[in-house]
Design a protein around this ligand. Sequence first.
Ligand SMILES: Cc1cc2nc3c(=O)[nH]c(=O)nc-3n(C[C@H](O)[C@H](O)[C@H](O)COP(=O)(O)OP(=O)(O)OC[C@H]3O[C@@H](n4cnc5c(N)ncnc54)[C@H](O)[C@@H]3O)c2cc1C
Length: 427
Amino acid sequence: MLNWRADRRLARVTTNDQLRTCDVAIVGGGIVGLATAYRLLQDRPGTDVLLLEKESTVGAHQTGHNSGVIHSGIYYKPGSRKAETCVRGAAAMKEFCREHGIPVDHCGKVVVATDESEIPRLDELERRGRANGVPDMRRLDPDGLREIEPHATGLSALHVPGTAAVDYVAVSRKLAELVQAAGGEVRTGAHVTGLERDGTGVRVDVDDGTHIEAGFAVTCGGLQSDRIARGTAPETRTRIVPFRGEYYVLEPDSRHLVRGMIYPVPDPRFPFLGVHFTRTVDGGVEAGPNAVLALHREGYGRFAFSLRDTVSTLTFPGFWRLASRHLSTGAGEVYRSFSKGAFTRALQKLLPGIRAEHLRRGGCGIRAQALDPQGKLVDDFVLAESDRVVHVLNAPSPAATASLAIGEQIAAHVSNAPAIRTSLAKR
Ligand SMILES: Cc1cc2nc3c(=O)[nH]c(=O)nc-3n(C[C@H](O)[C@H](O)[C@H](O)COP(=O)(O)OP(=O)(O)OC[C@H]3O[C@@H](n4cnc5c(N)ncnc54)[C@H](O)[C@@H]3O)c2cc1C
């Protein structure tokens, strides 16, 4: 335990048994929060780390509702946080899984241009991949594509053999186990209701009445990240706008149509990748996800609705600016959400042999996508860093892939914070 406020702590404990102190409090037990706790304890063994997760298990939201892809880094602008942490994070994730016996399917992927107009965008992905150091990429002509994915068709494709599939909930559980084995605490069922700086640290309030006095706080709240940041980073101008991503699963007798992963060339105006086929580690194949505005940040039912979340979206000027620019794309996504035929037709561009009877509805995930007041979907990862608090404000895909690299960066920032350095020196 760091001891920069030992005297005050002792005084408070006698009057309030709900007080807990720690060196670093981490809010959010998704993969980014867990990876941060894990890296911190690797960097600074003995640090008193307390991770607070409101749900009863770790990885309950985005981390447990995603495509399970270890991305390779072809999509991201060279020099961006995404590019840098995705390539490094993918290698670290594969190594972590190897070390801890978590299954990874190294199935690779193809990105397929089905239309002449997509070729320059495929060229750009190839250029980005090379600039980002993605290994072993290869351009394929239609015959080359058929060798890798016999049922896919396209004019040209990019083969990325390093893309793989994993279960990020299994990774999260292992991270939680390692954090606890290293002396950290992972507390589930702990809903953080307040976060504010006080004179010498950060005060964190939990809904069970516990008050935590932390030397440093890191918030990785995913779909709630803007709300959590409000108290200590009032200058935050972005708002989380939730986008639902719905999946179909291929019936077992049609899984042979997909060997690895088959992606379209994404529309560069959006940070989403377009509906695609992905193998899952348990041998299944998923198709999706689409991107439809969600009316509930953490509600997974088809008609889930939260007045608070809907008002939060509709009262944000950035949302209306975004909506006015992309009305027809949004309407198309909603149509595909309700029409299996339309969803199937989108998939047939990549895989002409797929038919509606090959597909049954699967699960869905909800993306925490930051939107700025001008209506721009924030593309890169965003961290707001100060001497006492780091807020992760935007960590959409590929943040699961990149989590160990993001965690490493945050851990380095926390370890170098003057408060933490001083306290460690006093030990
Ligand atoms: C449909 C979909 C597909 C995706 N596919 C991929 C993919 O294939 N590969 C990839 O790399 N990435 C993918 N992503 C992105 C990836 O899942 C996320 O970037 C990543 O999981 C973010 O992790 P996180 O820890 O920031 O957020 P989350 O996993 O959402 O965790 C945030 C946690 O904070 C907790 N929390 C919130 N508020 C509080 C509070 N007040 N008190 C306590 N706890 C709180 C929540 O309960 C939650 O558990 C996908 C995302 C979606 C939605």
